[in-house]
Design a protein around this ligand. Sequence first.
Ligand SMILES: Cc1ncc(COP(=O)(O)O)c(C=O)c1O
Length: 395
Amino acid sequence: MYTFSNRVAQLRPSAIREKMKLMSKPGAISFAQGNPSPETLPYEVLQEISAQLFRDNPASFLQYGLTEGYAPLRELLTERMQVRFGCGKEFDELIIVSGAQQGIELACKLFCNEGDAIVCENPSFIGSLNAFRSYNTKLLGVDVEPDGMNMEQLERQLSSHGNIKMIYTIPNFQNPTGVTMSLEKRKQLYELAVRYNILILEDNPYGEVRFSGEELPNIKSLDTEGLVIYVGSFSKVLSAGIRVGYVLAPLDIAQKMTVLKQSADVHTNLFAQMLADSFMRNYDYDSHITRLQQIYGRKCALMLKCLRESFWDSISFNEPEGGLFIWCTLKDGLSMEEFSRRAAEAGVSFIAGNMLALSPEDCRDSFRLNFSTPSDVQIVEGVAKLADALNPVKN
Ligand SMILES: Cc1ncc(COP(=O)(O)O)c(C=O)c1O
């Protein structure tokens, strides 16, 4: 027999993976995943680039590469972060990682000893929460309001715990709530981080997936003191399967992270990095992003319309300005358990809010709907089935 290490004792199985098992029935509709829409994937261009890479210089990606990443892609992203987003000071360095997930995990590994604390939005991205849990950290939750973290709670957490190593935030179109942090709160958050001398881990995979409202500065752009570790990704804007992300952080942090990365996976897949590099350099990246924003804007509006028509008095939900998710909350007195069960029987899945919360006791009346993966027809049919599933629950 065997005993698992202490690091994995507090891990919970992925709700999404569990749902995927249930949803293998034919005709099932999944609002559970967070995959980019297949419509946004630039198949033909990527096929063309791949052929060219194999034709021109296959030895360049069939060999080992540098752990910190493919130099031309690092340069391109460093410049884009600076020119387009005002992020990156002299003291910062950008490295390539195998998806934002790796950057988040390495940041935790770099700073957290067992028992150290990380402040997180509650609810938050399950992949990060599980990465933090796997280092036996203590997660301190802060509620998410319509304009981002509750700043009073944040300050209370910072002032009452001595071993907080970082504040983890997803300021744009947060997963799972879809909430965007206001500019005022971004500034307050940064000021608090400076006052308490605590790092911010800014996770921004959805930043460019904005389809309404005004763009807001990233917290990293406010970083005069070298306290922000910024994590970006190609997953939601080019392809999730290529597993290319990046970290922009003060040089000593980036260097130490590179050493950790070396022992994790040596380097990010070089072919995938070159694919992303060539796509950005040789094709119209900005038009690609605009097209993707239009697709997500349309799909989100469709789901919101269906929700408004079907659920007018049973649930409340927000209207995200970007990202992939709508966060819904059942009105008082409705049973989430029964609703979930009936929805599953009708072949529609979503993620229950408490699976994404810091404790299974939190967010019990909420659930997350994804609008990027299902087709338009599935959005219409799936929301109608959800409304039916809720009807007997109401009575
Ligand atoms: C908030 C958030 N951060 C990070 C990730 C992981 O992104 P990547 O595919 O780049 O590892 C996701 C993926 O869904 C996410 O929602």
